[in-house]
Design a protein around this ligand. Sequence first.
Ligand SMILES: NC(=O)c1ccc[n+]([C@@H]2O[C@H](COP(=O)([O-])OP(=O)(O)OC[C@H]3O[C@@H](n4cnc5c(N)ncnc54)[C@H](OP(=O)(O)O)[C@@H]3O)[C@@H](O)[C@H]2O)c1
Length: 268
Amino acid sequence: MPLEKTILIIGLGNMGKALVKGMLKSGISPNSINAVDISLQAKATAEEFGITLYNKAPDEITPKIIIVAIKPQLLNKILSEYKKFVNPDCVFISIVAGATIAKFEDILTANANIIRTMPNTPASIGCGMTALFANKNINNKQKQQAENLLKTVGETAWLQDESLMDTVTAISGSGPAYFFLIMQELTNAGIKNGLPKDLAQKLVVNTAWGAGNLAKQSNNLSPQQLKEMVTSPNGTTEAGLNVFAKNKIDKIIENVVASAKNKSIELS
Ligand SMILES: NC(=O)c1ccc[n+]([C@@H]2O[C@H](COP(=O)([O-])OP(=O)(O)OC[C@H]3O[C@@H](n4cnc5c(N)ncnc54)[C@H](OP(=O)(O)O)[C@@H]3O)[C@@H](O)[C@H]2O)c1
């Protein structure tokens, strides 16, 4: 990613801040990064990172990359202020959940270069997973640039079909909360079985961290294979897993994803 590109982030909240952090860590100069936000928190963030903050769409810069990181309900009201930046050299990268390419083209015109993405909260520590989908105006160089930018906060994957974004939202967008729920309940079960809370939480968090890392580093092994590797016949793990199976964990998770996906469709 050439460092001289002027980047503008609209919305310097949780995700905007995570992206700035990642970009700075990857070597992008704070001088290249500008943000628009109206909150006091954003002022503190901009000062902390040494980036320029505006309270409305600026006239004095010509951004080449505009990252849209405001809440979905503000999009209709705010995005049209940025129509002035639409040109063949400027790419809009949206992280706004549920906001379709059609909606962006509607507000910015069909000539706008738009990449719709769906990151997740582990992006805040550089361990995010972001899916991307480009509109027809985006060329390979712009695709690579967007990918490099999102890679500063974790892994990326391109989608060939925008409608898959709803499934992505239900899997990796909402997914961290599913794992946190399992961690919460495993911690509670540990406490109920006599462990002090701090110890139960430490065991659970580190087990989740270890399992996640093991799965990530074991490229050629599926989660199913990894599960089988820790499950000896008639052992303790099998006894526990049998309860998941008896209570149809597969159906529960299928329903969880269907429900989140439907909500994503409804919201967009
Ligand atoms: N958090 C996630 O896990 C996640 C994952 C994927 C995608 N996303 C998407 O990321 C986007 C941002 O989410 P977030 O969690 O970072 O939200 P957030 O923390 O609320 O950040 C949004 C920021 O935009 C500011 N803002 C309000 N009006 C503005 C204006 N006119 N111009 C510029 N900025 C303005 C807000 O200020 P105030 O606080 O004063 O309103 C806030 O600082 C959302 O569209 C969400 O769907 C989030």
